[in-house]
Design a protein around this ligand. Structure first.
Ligand SMILES: Cc1cc2nc3c(=O)[nH]c(=O)nc-3n(C[C@H](O)[C@H](O)[C@H](O)COP(=O)(O)OP(=O)(O)OC[C@H]3O[C@@H](n4cnc5c(N)ncnc54)[C@H](O)[C@@H]3O)c2cc1C
Length: 440
């Protein structure tokens, strides 16, 4: 039985560990928090998962909450310009429903499942030295430690990293008692864009205490919606949310009169610096040198505005699992790691990074798409489904010309161009490594 170590018990690490155990590998997972600590802690994400990622979880038998989590099949989009005025509105349909299961619930459950299924879980926080020692004891070590300090072992790729700093200030609250604009219409997500100020996302989800709604402010830093820098407790956060909604999005304010935070850990604040890192790192030197492979947010971080991070973590974990199985008994060389990561980058991650960058900066041609979606439901449908399958970004949103060609085709019974896939075999990829650090 081959010995594989996974560091980090998030979406990426746990899903990979569970998959490899099911495939017959001996897996050690290093986790920082126990299931009890996770369930008793602060919310971690808004974690909307789209069809392709949900199908991966279902195929692996990991969709333990699928029956209880609201199935979201459409998104109501509103352009609030000027603030307080609904200038444009439309509903976008998802081909497959999305779901959001509070990661506190999901990751705690998956940790327990991993132990039940024979995985070894070690509860500790690894530093670089501890990681080196772990990697020397295993044939393959995958680092899925998220955005924390350990990701610093992977060199930032300046060419692929779209920004140098955070593009939005984030404030997220899980709440019970939020009204629906159309109770008979089933669970829907809502997206309000406030040009020059930020965006507000709302989505039905499942949390520890049952169904809830999650609110996510994406505020332009320094603007009036960037009002949560002091990370207030949930009741203060809610009061401030109500004030902002009343001023900027009064149609949402009406729905929040009965709302209350789901629990003491219902609020989350901060900002994300989007970054792409080289996915292979060398630790130690000479005969002690080992390579480790990065996965998920440890190597590709996107702002949550386009809901790509957890979906990519799920898809990357599945891509890596398959690569491990296909590799058979061969050694996990740095070259193999590099090819594995590069294939995923080309096929999937780069499209998510580019799509997210576009949603953050809203170039003119994307504004044209929003306007067209109000006229043509199929445009809204294609946009909604690009969140689920970001590879389609390359086919219709990547340049003004592609978008213009697609929009011109709408109404002329043309479905637009096909999804263009990347470098399928991962050859020719860039996974350059720096020379070993003699001090490591
Ligand atoms: C506000 C917000 C909203 C979001 N909404 C969405 C969304 O709707 N859809 C979507 O797809 N994505 C969303 N994301 C992004 C998504 O949450 C992440 O991309 C995803 O959870 C990353 O998974 P991961 O497993 O790579 O990392 P993580 O979930 O960060 O897991 C990493 C794990 O490693 C552990 N760890 C860290 N350092 C160490 C160490 N030294 N030793 C041992 N363990 C360690 C951590 O404790 C953690 O458990 C959102 C993010 C934010 C901040």
């Amino acid at each position: 039985m081959r010995r594989i170590a996974v560091v980090g018990a998030g979406q990426a690490g746990l899903q990979l560990a569970l998959g490899l155990v099911a495939d017959g590998y001996r897996v050690t997972l290093v986790a920082e928090r126990t299931p009890e600590q996770l369930r008793g802690g602060r919310v971690l994400s808004t974690q909307a998962m789209f069809g392709p990622a949900l199908r991966i979880e279902a195929a692996a038998g990991l969709d333990l909450w699928a029956e209880r989590a609201p199935a979201v099949s459409s998104v109501e989009a509103v352009l609030a310009a000027p603030p307080g005025v609904r200038a444009l509105e439309y509903t976008m349909t998802l081909d497959e429903p999305a779901q959001s299961v509070d990661q506190r619930l999901k990751l705690a459950g998956w940790l327990e499942l991993l132990a039940e299924r024979g995985g070894v879980v070690e509860y500790r926080t690894l530093d670089r030295g501890g990681l080196h020692e772990l990697a020397r004891r295993h044939e393959l070590t995958v680092v899925a430690a998220g955005r924390g300090a350990l990701s610093g072992i992977f060199e930032r790729d300046a060419v692929r990293s779209p920004f140098d700093g955070p593009q939005r200030a984030l404030s997220c609250l899980y709440a019970h008692g939020v009204g629906s604009p159309d109770p008979a219409g089933g669970p829907r997500a809502r997206m309000n864009a406030l040009p020059g100020l930020g965006e507000l996302y709302l989505q039905p989800a499942l949390t520890l205490s049952g169904p809830c709604d999650i609110l996510l402010w994406e505020a332009l830093p320094g603007g009036p919606l960037d009002a949560f820098g002091d990370a207030p407790p949930p009741d203060v956060q809610l009061a401030r949310i109500r004030e902002l909604l009343a001023e900027y999005l009064p149609w949402e304010a009406e729905l929040w009169t009965e709302a209350e935070p789901t629990d003491a850990g219902a609020g989350l604040f901060g900002a994300v610096t989007p970054v792409v890192r080289r996915a292979v790192a060398e630790l130690g030197s000479g005969v002690d040198a080992v390579h480790v492979l990065g996965l998920g947010d440890a190597v590709v971080v996107t702002d949550p505005i386009a809901g790509q991070g957890a979906n990519n973590a799920a898809r990357a974990a599945e891509a890596y699992r398959r690569a491990v199985v296909e590799h058979g008994d061969a050694p996990y060389t740095a070259d193999w790691m590099c090819r594995t990561a590069e294939r995923f980058w080309q096929q999937q991650a780069r499209h998510s990074v580019e799509f997210t960058a576009a949603m953050l900066t809203v170039p003119d041609h994307l504004q044209g798409v929003f306007a067209a979606a109000a006229e043509h439901p199929e445009v809204g449908r294609r946009l909604a489904n690009t969140y689920a399958e970001a590879r389609d970004y390359a086919a219709w949103l990547a340049t003004p010309e592609l978008t213009a060609a697609y929009l011109a085709s709408v109404g002329n019974s043309s479905a637009g161009s096909q999804v263009r896939l990347g470098d399928e075999d991962g050859s020719g990829g860039s996974c350059r490594q720096e020379p070993p650090d003699p001090g490591a």
